[in-house]
Design a protein around this ligand. Structure first.
Ligand SMILES: Cc1cc2nc3c(=O)[nH]c(=O)nc-3n(C[C@H](O)[C@H](O)[C@H](O)COP(=O)(O)O)c2cc1C
Length: 163
């Protein structure tokens, strides 16, 4: 399917929730890479992300009902691959990926420094889709950090960008 649907813009979704890890209740910030995402409504502004049920972030977003979509400049491709190939369940993935974050404006989540733009979302609906869940988020804050060449995934380690 990817041969037909790609290239797709690659994003990193950031999230935060309390999670029980090795018997201990901790607050976790996490980040995962996604190709499967899209705008789905103007009024209200809604944005959908498709997250595999086995992802640690799935648990966090289901618990907190919030996430941030970080649109990436092409230069962040290594970080996108890292966040897409490692789970944050037992690591500080954001730090290990060499990313820095700051607090989102309207949701209790981190945002990635240097991203091209952001959508801060509150989950209003969850739809089961096979082995993924589509989280539909109401956009409660949006920001664009100037014109940056964005990151698009072709396949495997191969990315492209706009002219
Ligand atoms: C380029 C790329 C795109 C990806 N797209 C998706 C996606 O759309 N949905 C998804 O659930 N996982 C996707 N993944 C896989 C997750 O990012 C990956 O499983 C990640 O390690 C989950 O992290 P977590 O366990 O810390 O949540 C993608 C990975 C890469 C490298």
């Amino acid at each position: 399917m990817g041969l037909l649907t790609n290239p797709r813009q690659t994003i990193i979704v950031t999230c935060r929730s309390r999670a029980r890890i090795m018997g201990k209740e901790v607050e976790k910030d996490n980040a995962l890479t996604l190709d499967w995402h899209m705008p789905v409504s103007f009024k209200p502004q809604l944005y959908a992300i498709s997250v595999g049920k086995t992802r640690f972030s799935h648990k966090l977003i289901q618990e907190s009902k919030a996430f941030v979509v970080n649109f990436l400049p092409y230069t962040m491709k290594e970080a996108a691959l890292y966040c897409g190939r490692h789970t944050g369940e037992h690591h500080d993935k954001i730090k290990d990926a060499g990313l820095k974050t700051y607090e989102a404006d309207n949701v209790d989540c981190p945002r990635i420094e240097g991203a091209a733009g952001y959508l801060e979302c509150e989950v209003v609906k969850e739809i089961e889709a096979g082995d993924h869940t589509i989280f539909i988020g109401k956009v409660v804050h949006a920001d664009m950090a100037g014109e940056k060449k964005r990151l698009f995934h072709v396949d495997m380690d191969h990315f492209t960008t706009t002219k």
